[in-house]
Design a protein around this ligand. Structure first.
Ligand SMILES: Nc1ncnc2c1ncn2[C@@H]1O[C@H](COP(=O)(O)OP(=O)(O)OP(=O)(O)O)[C@@H](O)[C@H]1O
Ligand SMILES: [Mg+2]
Length: 260
């Protein structure tokens, strides 16, 4: 088996713990994500998967433990700093601006954390012209990539669920991230959209040279797509490894696959 040298590790959790009152949502979790990997995060409802993303993106601070990104301790940074370092995400509960167009949502995604002038631009206040056209061009290209370019001017709220998920991915990509965290991207997609999603995510990785962490309940998708999979159960990491190994792990079968 190949062992990772330290240079290939892009994101590392060290004894990461998050408590909500008496509940330990993430309990002493340690793992390392390698560069260019598609890293799956699975586990039953309430296992702590989204909480882990919330910790990585600094929406909430850890109770204890550390997060290391490219050899830098990011545990105490603010969300905009995390975004600026190249960590982007989508949300399990889609967070688009429903009244803004698809194009505007992607443009805002690019500048939400880096430059408020573009948000002003979208909201009708004076923008910086050269930057605006660049952002617009980039946003159009991203919409093209996710198959929504012909609907660039439509309001986000009018999109079907699966399309909104793709729009969220385009918005996250607008940050030009190095690592992309996807929280249940297949939720709400129909079977054929789910099938296409695997190939789409693989293409994203190649095209943008990304590292991807993927939370997903759809087991065939996870097994077919991920290089390695981490399994959480009641906040604890109960397995970590290649899909075939994880799939046959008795603890995983009992905690997760057995219940699926
Ligand atoms: N802000 C919060 N305040 C209190 N409890 C929380 C908070 N966020 C999450 N929890 C609790 O932490 C636990 C883990 O929740 P989390 O959303 O991380 O699970 P999950 O693995 O993403 O589940 P699902 O598959 O249903 O999305 C749950 O018991 C949840 O109720
Ligand atoms: Mg979740």
């Amino acid at each position: 088996m190949q062992t990772a040298d330290n240079n290939s590790i892009v994101l590392e959790a060290k004894s990461l713990t998050r408590r909500f009152g008496g509940l330990v949502a993430v309990n002493n979790v340690s793992f390392a994500v390698k560069k260019h990997e598609i890293f799956g995060l699975i586990g039953p409802n309430g296992a702590g998967k989204t909480t882990l993303f919330n910790l990585i993106t600094a929406l909430i601070p850890p109770s204890s433990g550390e997060l290391i990104y490219q050899n830098q301790n990011i545990s105490q940074l603010r969300p905009h700093k995390i975004a600026g370092l190249g960590i982007a995400r989508t949300f399990q509960n889609i967070r688009l601006f429903g009244e803004l167009s698809a194009l505007e949502n992607v443009i805002v995604g690019r500048h939400l954390h880096t430059n408020s002038s573009m948000i002003k631009g979208v909201l009708g206040l004076p923008p910086a012209p050269s930057e605006e056209s660049k952002s617009r061009q980039q946003a159009l290209e991203l919409l093209e990539m996710v198959g929504l370019s012909d609907r660039a001017q439509e309001k986000a709220k009018n999109f079907a669920y699966g399309d909104q998920r793709r729009l969220e991915i385009a918005r996250a990509l607008a940050l030009e991230p190095q690592i992309l965290l996807l929280d249940e991207p297949a939720a709400g997609m129909n079977p054929s959209e789910k099938q296409q999603l695997s190939e789409f995510i693989r293409n994203l990785r190649e095209r943008f040279n990304l590292t991807i962490v993927l939370i997903e309940h759809h087991v065939p998708l996870v097994m077919g797509l991920c290089d390695r999979i981490a399994v959480l159960d009641f906040g604890q990491l109960i397995a970590l490894g290649e899909p075939a190994i994880v799939r046959d792990d008795p603890a995983v079968i009992e905690a997760y696959l057995g219940n699926a």
